[in-house]
Design a protein around this ligand. Structure first.
Ligand code: NAD
Ligand code: UD1
Length: 373
């Protein structure tokens, strides 16, 4: 029998690249599709170094390009499942260019799904986000957040994730023998422990850890802490930070679950009447404040990192901590790595690759020459 492949869209990106490593290390064969709009082909070279697997077919294709996708499936007709990471992900940017977000995320996913349908590919793992819960503190007893928590899209980005979840659920349920996992990630952090692979944001980082990492490496002067007047132990907001390696393994667990459900259905005497679609939170169940994260990362770096308290950031909520028990029991998956480990791995990656994969300063860097006294 010919080799089966897992297609990974967005496989050159931060979470996708770590997941490709997890798949290859588990003995899976992987085909990567990425338009490289927010990543570099160098990530794939690093994956090869880490895994010692040279055969990682790569297609620089946009998921909205039907003909491009068809070529991928023509070349690899034994792709049997898809992990779909490709998309845009910056909340602030999504309020500036919403149509681009709806087009790349929603239209892109519909396009990909149509091609999967025509090719009879029935297992689909989607990168959703805890952002679909909006502000869960609005409800009684919803922290930590269970999958049953009501959802709401609070930004164009958040709405794309929510709409895609609805679309994939409707699609999956309409076709018996189709299997979809909607994975709601909490806050990924960290890097591969080898120091060869990590997050490499373009321009000024939007998120806490990438920004802090650039403060530590001297590219940014100080971190701005967005508000210390929240109702938390130190006044700063609480998030559930998960090591990207744990997150990557969550995808493998979800894929195995879909395969298991498929096998059970095939063995059953009665054929299924609808497809299988399920949401799982991927988080640790433990919340940390911004100041706790700064302290943990400063410890890894070995020196205090400069920060300044400023006003709240629009759209931020007090607490996004996962209740991960559904994934723990149903996927037999649990986040194992500590925040200290994630901080050490992030610093290892940052100190070895201060400018990411390109090895070149960014025009937005606050290098000594550009810092105004
Ligand atoms: P990333 O930007 O590093 O990776 C996304 C990859 O997709 C990039 O390599 C990019 O070049 C590619 N891509 C973007 N648009 C594409 C298109 N139209 N066609 C083909 N390729 C395209 O982001 P990430 O942090 O690895 O996130 C991966 C997924 O997880 C995204 O869908 C994101 O929304 C979701 N997610 C991320 C986080 C997070 O904190 N990083 C949290 C929740 C959910
Ligand atoms: C954000 C997005 C979320 C998305 C996730 C990953 C919002 C409201 N949410 O999550 O939809 O899935 O990124 O892309 O943007 N912080 C600072 N200073 C900084 C940066 C962040 O104090 O320079 C604080 C924030 O106020 C927050 C915490 O750090 O309390 C984490 O922020 P961030 O890393 O941006 O993630 P989220 O806002 O949780």
């Amino acid at each position: 029998m010919s080799k089966e492949y897992v297609l990974v869209t967005g496989g050159a990106g931060y979470i996708g690249s770590h997941t490709v490593v997890a798949l290859l290390e588990a003995g899976r064969n992987v085909v990567v599709v990425d338009n490289l709009s927010n990543s570099s082909e160098e990530a794939l070279e690093r994956i090869k170094k880490i895994t010692k697997v040279d055969d990682i077919p790569f297609f620089q294709v946009d998921i909205r390009d039907t003909a491009g996708l068809e070529k991928v499936f023509d070349a690899y007709p034994t792709i049997t499942s898809v992990l779909h990471f490709a998309g845009l992900k910056a909340v602030g940017e999504s309020t500036q260019i919403p149509l681009e977000y709806y087009d790349q995320n929603v239209s892109g996913t519909i396009n990909l799904t149509k091609v999967l349908k025509s090719r009879g590919i029935k297992k689909f793992v989607f990168s959703s986000s805890a952002t679909v819960y909006g502000d869960a503190t609005r409800y009684e007893n919803m922290i930590p957040i269970p999958e049953e928590c009501p959802t709401s899209g609070e930004s164009p980005y958040g709405r794309t994730k929510l709409f895609i979840e609805h679309i994939l659920r409707d699609y999956t349920l309409s076709i018996p023998g189709t299997y979809t996992a909607l994975l709601r990630y909490f806050n990924p952090m960290g890097a591969h422990p080898s120091g060869l692979m990590g997050e490499d944001p373009r321009g000024i980082p939007n998120n806490l850890l990438p920004y802090l990492a650039q403060v530590a490496s001297g590219r940014r002067r100080e971190l701005q802490v967005f508000g210390n007047d929240y109702d938390s132990r130190d006044g700063t907001p609480i998030r559930d930070y998960i090591h990207v390696l744990d997150l990557a393994l969550g995808h493998l667990a979800a894929l195995k679950k879909l395969e298991e459900v498929e096998a059970e259905e095939k063995a059953a005497t009665e054929a299924p009447t609808k497809g299988f679609c399920r949401e799982w939170n991927l988080g640790t169940g433990h919340g940390s404040t911004v100041l706790e994260v700064i302290a943990a990362f400063s410890k890894a770096v070995g020196k205090p990192l400069p920060y300044r308290i400023v006003g709240r950031r629009a759209g931020d909520v007090l607490d996004l901590t996962a209740k991960p028990t559904r994934a723990n029991t149903e996927l037999k998956w649990k986040a194992e790595l500590s925040m200290d480990q994630a901080c050490e791995d992030l610093w290892n990656w940052t100190s070895k690759n201060p400018y990411g994969y390109s090895n070149e300063p960014d025009s937005t860097d606050e290098t000594p020459a550009s810092i105004k006294a």
